[in-house]
Design a protein around this ligand. Structure first.
Ligand code: TRP
Ligand code: ZN
Length: 885
């Protein structure tokens, strides 16, 4: 908790560390009611600075200092200064050793930062600034050190003792305790430190690297979960292979470990050689985890593994550079997932997520550049902008340079900066040096916040056989940035003839056509491109594969969009055309609803989706994606003022009309796929994911008919399936259906069956939290009393409170403000126990500018109530105060 107003930290104030820590020797004595931490730091004056000896200021929070010595001389209170976040002392020589002992209390650490206990085991989370809650240290990523760690604990309860690097010694002590020493040969910043002690089982495997070194792989879980580890292990081996093949990156220690913990603030953490994961991102088997969960495990395992190079071997100089490792690593894991599954479907999922959530962040009070220049609390900057938009920025560099040159750039980056803590500028410099391309203007993507708008228009000159495309770019103001300079926007495009074929692309001034799909660079506020030798007026396919994270508009009419849906040779843009058509149709319905008119669905949408359903050639996952109407959150994001009720009513009306009009086709597709599911055993593989995704979206439409044969199918699927994807979908469909008694009995049966599996119970909470039937808040409040619910577990908070506020928009935005009041109450309570989670749950309230005056006032009122509620963490204070500014 803060004792004074948290202050802003600025990138421009960055200074190199006064002192370095060459070696860090840690000893942990773990007990039930406290832990003792001894740290020996072998230090020296930073040789790049002057020869004087400024005071040494070590970071430390919530530590009980027991003793501190400088070069073996025990210091007395007069020799140092202590406040609630620093220990300051005066070195007397350029090289020296600090020995400190502190007492800490992992057993009562509810913030899940530093050393804490989860389900009886000890574990750590040090990124970004958690290490200072373990011992006095220079807790900043540009101080890299060689770590040796000894931990001791009672043997019976904590048979497994782990830390980073390689195990070098172990033994038993009197009184039933034992110890182990680990040594990490690689220099690393403190945020990559990890320790685990617990009663864990592991699955072991091996990977032979490209230079034929054998690496031991271990995944540690609580004993009851040992049957849910194989998918993560398979994913790990695939990731290791992929990073060798695609990036030339080899693993560097003899052992790589993953530990699953139940209480974790985020998805997972890339600690050197000892990744610690939220159990939701490790555990997966058919009966208990959905296809989406399987894919998430594969992606997160890859993400953390890839950090070994993009983050660990080359790390960040300061936390303003966070996207250096996160944007790059998300780009790497998304390409990995694309290669393992379907590239087009992965791109669709990523873009839908980015446009719904990151674009909303970019338009709100917390908007910040990919490389921010100020923050109050760094934990608040693990954002969609740093991760997802950061990944898009890397993707654009990849697009501009081409895969081969991009690889040269990444090779140069890793070779040049191995073992260093560097900046986003260093990364871009390596890309420039490897390619000879000047990325000066491109770097505005790192420094300017906000989502650029790109307006395109076209004219065809039949006499000259030429086609002129005009672009106009702009970017809305964001906090602290009123005016923006033009971005470099890569626009991949093709021009299609009346049969949908790609025409040769020849710009004025070019001697011959250059391909049929190519990347133009829009670099000015207004810019035109003229294509020649076109005998007919083409239809453009723009921003293919979503080649830049912008809001593109082009005046397509609905017939043109239907044409693109069927004929565009870019799979992403086929989907995109369908989305744009749906948006137009839904916005028309929203208008009708607001004017009190009868809703009338444009039958072209029905026709378009009918032909999608009839297309047997189209990948089933693509059919499923195209059948998914834009979500309510996305429709909110693209509205000037979002009318929650109108959006919900319009979308539900469209779904109902589509279900009626397409019933027979949906029913055929459903039955064919359900039959395949019945006759083939589950495998976590893309063709199966695709088949089930179509089956399940079909079922969610069919149930809208209210027909008894659909209810019967739903119950059959629920009862007879062999996997969680089909079971949970059947449950979710029932929960949102009018079949009240079946809903209640199935929910009860599900909870009874899975009451001992917390991850499955999370799904059960989420499905109900997301139900848009009236009375949502009361249901959520009742569920908070369920024995499986606890505010102490972040997964539970996300499953129930997060799902309600983030996905159940009609109920959360109830006109009486009850949803807002509920969320504020939860934030106030979480602020005291877990500030990071409290702050993350706040974000729906920060979007108040999107709503009508009455809702705005209610939302702001709740933000003000939080602000006045007492002592706020820096996490919550920063978000609330910026939202009200
Ligand atoms: N570096 C982690 C990742 O993206 C993120 C992370 C894990 C994190 N746990 C955290 C960030 C706790 C802040 C706080 O892979
Ligand atoms: Zn990461």
């Amino acid at each position: 908790m803060r004792t004074e107003q948290p202050k802003m930290i600025y990138l421009k104030d960055y200074q190199a560390p006064d002192y370095l820590i060459d070696e860090t020797h840690l000893t942990f004595e773990l007990f039930e009611d406290h832990t003792l931490v001894h740290a020996q730091l072998v230090m020296r004056r930073n040789p790049t600075l002057s020869a004087d000896l400024p005071p040494l200021v070590l970071d430390g929070q919530q530590l009980e200092l027991l003793s501190v010595a400088l070069d073996d001389r025990e210091l007395s209170a007069a020799d140092y200064q202590l406040d609630d976040s620093h220990l300051t002392l005066q070195p007397t020589a350029a090289s020296f050793v600090i020995d400190s002992s502190v007492r800490i209390h992992p057993e009562s650490n509810t913030a899940l930062e530093g050393l804490y206990k989860s389900s009886g085991m000890f574990c750590t989370q040090c990124e970004a600034e958690g290490f200072r809650k373990i011992t006095y240290y220079l807790d900043r990523p540009d101080v890299m050190s060689k770590f040796t760690t000894t931990l001791s604990a009672e043997q019976h309860s904590y048979p497994v003792l782990l830390s980073n690097g390689n195990p070098i010694a172990s033994g038993s002590e009197e009184g039933g305790r034992h110890w182990a020493t680990w040594e990490d040969p690689f220099m690393k910043p403190a945020y990559l430190f990890a320790l685990v002690a617990g009663d864990l089982w592991c699955v072991e495997d091996q990977f032979t690297t490209m230079s034929q070194r054998a690496v031991t792989l271990r995944i540690y879980v609580e004993p009851e979960n040992i049957d849910k580890v194989q998918h993560a292990m398979d994913s790990l081996k695939k990731s290791m292979k992929w990073d060798e093949e695609v990036y030339g990156r080899e693993y560097d220690l003899d052992i790589f470990m993953i530990v699953a913990v139940n209480d974790f603030n985020m998805g997972a953490m890339e600690n050197k050689g000892l990744n610690i994961f939220n159990s939701s991102c490790v555990l997966a088997k058919a009966e208990t985890a959905t296809d989406a969960a399987h894919q998430r495990v594969e992606a997160v395992v890859a993400h953390e593994y890839f950090h070994n190079w993009s983050g660990n071997r080359v790390t960040c100089r300061d936390w303003f550079q966070l996207s250096l490792k996160e944007g790059f690593t998300v780009f790497r894991d998304s390409e990995f997932s694309a290669d393992m599954n379907s590239r087009t479907v992965k791109r669709i999922e990523d873009v839908a997520y980015l446009r719904t959530h990151q674009f909303a962040e970019d338009a709100g009070p917390m908007a910040h550049p990919v490389r921010p220049d100020a923050y109050m609390e760094i934990s608040n900057f693990y954002t969609l902008t740093i991760y997802e938009k950061g990944s898009e920025v890397l993707r654009m560099i990849h697009t501009l340079l081409g895969a081969e040159t991009f690889r040269k750039g990444s090779d140069l980056y890793f070779a040049r900066h191995d073992g260093q803590a560097v900046t986003c500028d260093d990364f871009v410099q390596a890309m420039e040096d490897a390619s000879g391309v000047d990325l000066t203007q491109f770097k505005r993507w790192y420094t300017q916040a906000g989502t650029p708008r790109l307006e395109a228009s076209a004219s065809y000159d039949a006499a000259a056989n030429s086609y002129r495309l005009e672009f106009r770019q702009s970017c809305p103001a964001t906090p602290g940035q009123a005016e923006k300079l033009p971005f470099v926007i890569p626009v991949e495009l093709a021009l299609l003839d009346a049969q949908g074929r790609e025409l040769p692309l020849q710009l004025v001034g070019e001697e011959a056509p250059v391909g049929r799909s190519r990347v133009l660079q829009v670099t000015q506020a207004e810019q035109a491109f003229t294509f020649i030798n076109l005998a007919e007026k083409p239809l453009p396919s723009l921003l293919r594969g979503f080649s830049a994270p912008v809001k593109l508009s082009f005046p397509y009419d609905r017939d043109q969009l239907m044409f693109l849906m069927q004929h565009d040779s870019d799979g992403f843009n086929r989907w995109e055309a369908g989305q744009q058509l749906s948006v137009q149709v839904l916005q028309e319905l929203i208008g009708q609803y607001q004017r009190g008119e009868a809703l009338v669905l444009d039958q072209r949408l029905v026709a378009a989706l009918r032909s999608v359903l009839q297309d047997e050639q189209l990948d089933q996952a693509m059919v499923a994606e195209m059948l998914s109407l834009p979500g309510e959150a996305y429709l909110t994001e693209i509205s000037e003022v979002a009318d929650v009720d109108a959006i919900h009513a319009a979308r539900e009306f469209a779904r109902g009309e589509l279900a009626t009009a397409l019933f027979d086709l949906l029913w055929q597709r459903y039955q064919a796929n359900r039959e395949l599911s019945r006759s083939t055993a589950y495998i976590a593989e893309f063709t199966h994911f695709a088949r089930r995704s179509l089956q399940n979206i079909a079922l969610s439409y069919l149930v809208l008919s209210g027909r008894p044969e659909v209810l019967a199918a739903c119950l059959e699927q629920y009862e007879a399936c062999d996997n969680m994807t089909e079971r949970l979908t059947a449950l979710a469909v029932l929960v949102n259906s009018p079949f009240e008694s079946e809903r209640a009995t199935t929910l009860a049966a599900f909870a009874e069956h899975f009451k001992d599996n917390p991850l499955v119970m999370d799904q059960w909470f989420s499905v109900q939290a997301g139900s848009t039937l009236p009375g949502g808040l009361a249901r959520v409040q009742a569920l908070m009393q369920h024995p499986a619910f606890t505010l102490k577990n972040p997964n539970k908070v996300r499953a129930l409170i997060g799902a309600f506020a983030g996905q159940n928009l009609v109920n959360f935005h109830a006109a009486d403000g009850s949803g807002y009041r509920f969320l504020a109450d939860q934030v106030i309570s979480l602020n005291a126990s877990n500030p990071q989670i409290a702050s993350r749950q706040l974000s729906p309230l920060t979007r108040w500018r999107k709503y009508d005056d009455k809702r705005q006032a209610l939302m702001k009122g709740e933000l003000e109530r939080i602000l006045a509620s007492g002592e706020l963490s820096s996490d919550v204070y920063e978000v609330v105060s910026k939202s009200l500014a």
